[in-house]
Design a protein. Structure first.
Length: 423
């Protein structure tokens, strides 16, 4: 099968799910091309090991003219010639505002169309964020892309984005795309509520490269420092302020606890100020963003993962977050929140503790409960690992993805395909 991935930027260290998804397909013999429609990632970004091992950047083409209108004009004749060679008179479609809409028609559409390999012919056009679906559908309508459009919703695209664009932002996407994926049942319900056809809306979780996370059971004694770990972008929905506050409560209990916060983002200074105000600044380490491979070592070196996700003021939410999956597969017990898609990941497994979201007292209580059960940690670790291996490995998730792809292709009819391309 020939598959095109559409992302905003690539590679992005916090979006390992894109690399994992590509590798899963490649390992099964499928062809994957990646198109970054908002440009390449910052060259200073660390690379996921799978990006380098599978040379995924060689499979990637990026739109590089977003901030260079003069270069768009200068390079337009070359792009037009290239597209005309593959598509003939269809090159004129880039000037059709009815086809591309006011934000993309003209030079942007021209240069985007020039990115597509082999005339843009694919079996599957997989939009890894709902916000990219309009662009891909526009290019398919113009004839620059062909294939079944699969739209993946991951969180901000059905929360914060809709606050800005309105609840009907995806009406045309739901009408014209061929299949829809949500990261969890919680998000699937949300997408269907927005208008996605229920029969074509599926749940496919993000996979974990389980072989990258060595397994070890954890042990802790009250006379040794307790090493806590939190991982994620430093943004509101990760709930890290509750982790800092819970740490302060443990310290007030007389526990020699320390917290490492891994990641970067706009709330870093606010979190540092919070730790200082609580007189625990020396107990909180901010590592910044780290390579994904280092996450495995940090998990092994930690006693407990904290993942207190919460609903942001913008409405942004988390699905069944990968940091908890990675903790479970590595044997690290966790305390998390009953937020978004997390309950369907952890309920019934007994590999950690789930608490009320947005509540530092509840998080601290959950930590105390977990510490009181430290004799059970080895059994909890084994249960968590088995759960992730069976349902969230790259192989398991790839099998589910392929099922959705095949359903999308089976739903295709010659009449609908030609109508979409020629309209």
């Amino acid at each position: 099968m020939k598959v095109a991935f559409f992302v905003h930027r690539f590679p992005v260290i916090s979006e390992a799910f894109v690399a994992n998804a590509a590798v899963g397909l490649i390992d099964q013999g499928h062809t994957v091309d990646i198109y970054a429609l908002d440009g390449p990632a910052d060259s200073a970004h660390e690379r996921h090991a799978l990006v380098e091992r599978y040379r995924l950047e060689d499979r990637t083409r990026s739109f590089r003219l977003g901030e260079s209108p003069r270069r768009r004009v200068a390079l337009a004749p070359m792009a037009a010639f290239k597209i005309a060679t593959s598509h003939g008179l269809k090159v004129g479609s880039v000037l059709d505002a009815g086809c591309f809409g006011p934000e993309r028609f003209g030079l942007r559409a021209l240069h985007e169309a020039g990115l597509f390999r082999d005339g843009g012919k694919y079996d599957i056009l997989h939009c890894h964020f709902g916000t990219l679906a309009e662009a891909v559908l526009d290019h398919r309508r113009a004839g620059f892309l062909s294939g079944q459009v699969v739209v993946h919703f991951r969180g901000y695209d059905i929360s914060k984005f809709l606050q800005e664009k309105g609840e009907h932002a995806y009406d045309r996407v739901f009408r014209d795309a061929d299949a829809f994926i949500a990261n969890c049942r919680y998000f699937r319900d949300r997408v269907i509520g927005l208008g996605a056809p229920e029969s074509r809306t599926h749940v496919v979780a993000s996979g974990v490269a389980v072989d990258r996370f060595p397994f070890a059971t954890r042990a802790w004694a009250p006379d040794e420092p307790l090493r806590l770990l939190a991982i994620g972008r430093l943004v509101e929905k990760k709930g890290l302020r509750f982790a800092v506050e819970a740490l302060a409560r443990l310290v007030s209990d007389g526990i020699d606890a320390r917290l490492s916060i891994v990641g970067d983002g706009p709330l870093r200074q606010a979190l540092q100020d919070q730790a200082a105000a609580l007189s625990i600044a020396e107990r909180v380490t901010f590592t910044g963003a780290v390579p994904h491979e280092r996450i495995a070592r940090l998990l092994i070196d930690s006693h407990v993962l904290l993942a207190p996700s919460t609903t942001a003021a913008s409405g942004d939410r988390d699905a069944s977050i990968n940091t908890v999956k990675e903790a479970m597969v590595s044997g690290c017990p966790f305390v998390t929140s009953n937020h978004g898609g997390i309950p369907e990941l952890v309920e019934g497994v007994d590999a950690g503790v789930m608490t009320q979201e947005g509540d530092a007292d509840a998080l601290a209580t959950g930590l105390r409960q977990l510490l009181a059960r430290r004799d059970d940690w080895p059994a909890m670790a084994h249960r968590g690992r088995v759960h992730i291996l069976s349902r969230y490995s790259i192989e398991a998730v790839t099998a589910e993805t392929m099922r959705v792809y095949r359903l999308a292709i089976a739903s295709r009819s010659p009449s609908s395909r030609s109508r979409r391309v020629m309209s």
